[in-house]
Design a binder for this molecule. Structure first.
Ligand code: PNS
Length: 167
């Protein structure tokens, strides 16, 4: 029990993509416990609120016993400490991700040196995939099939239909 390693996989997940799911799947094979941690306060106009993002993540990750989903606010390292996690898990898709991820990893190390950041690489099919692009394509009427879990796609369609109904 004492040597069990918990990893936190933090992110905005607005929305959850198949690239995120790929990282969660790889992470849960390596670590004893993976906590997917949804950042509560993202950009001003998120597609989904934090409750919706947590709900969708729970739907998709329910098949893995060692994966939990939670929401967090404040400093990531404080949250990781509270959860007794030794690892922050992040995905790196391409070299372009590296600078931002490198800065975050070093800042987090400065804040709490006992927590290590571990990077995993998703399948190359997802190397171009981002939540931002998914939202843009979807809002402009393009297909996002295969880019996000089907439950997320359905939820996005419902949301756009209900928003149109309000106008
Ligand atoms: O999916 P994202 O938006 O790239 O995730 C960014 C996230 C949530 C990992 C980052 O914004 C974060 O850790 N926010 C919490 C606040 C914090 O600890 N900031 C300092 C990190 S160096």
């Amino acid at each position: 029990m004492a040597n069990r390693v918990t990893a936190i996989y933090p992110g905005s997940f607005d929305p959850l993509t198949n690239g995120h799911v790929d990282i969660i799947e790889r992470g849960q094979r390596i670590f004893d416990r993976v906590i997917v941690a949804v950042l509560v306060n993202v950009e001003k106009n998120p597609l989904f609120n934090s409750e919706e993002r947590v709900h969708l993540l729970r739907e998709v990750t329910g098949c893995w016993d060692n994966v939990e989903v939670d929401a967090f606010d404040g400093l990531l390292v404080d949250y990781a400490l509270a959860k007794e996690a030794k690892v922050i898990l992040r995905g790196i898709r391409a070299v372009s991700d590296y600078e931002y991820e490198f800065q975050m990893a070093l800042m987090n190390r400065r804040l709490k040196s006992s927590i290590e950041t571990v990077f995993l690489v998703p399948a190359e099919a997802y190397s171009y995939l981002s939540s931002t692009l998914v939202k843009e394509v979807f809002n402009l009427g393009g297909s996002i099939a295969g880019l996000v879990p089907s439950v997320v796609e359905d939820y996005m369609k419902q949301k756009i239909n209900s928003d149109r109904g309000k106008i």
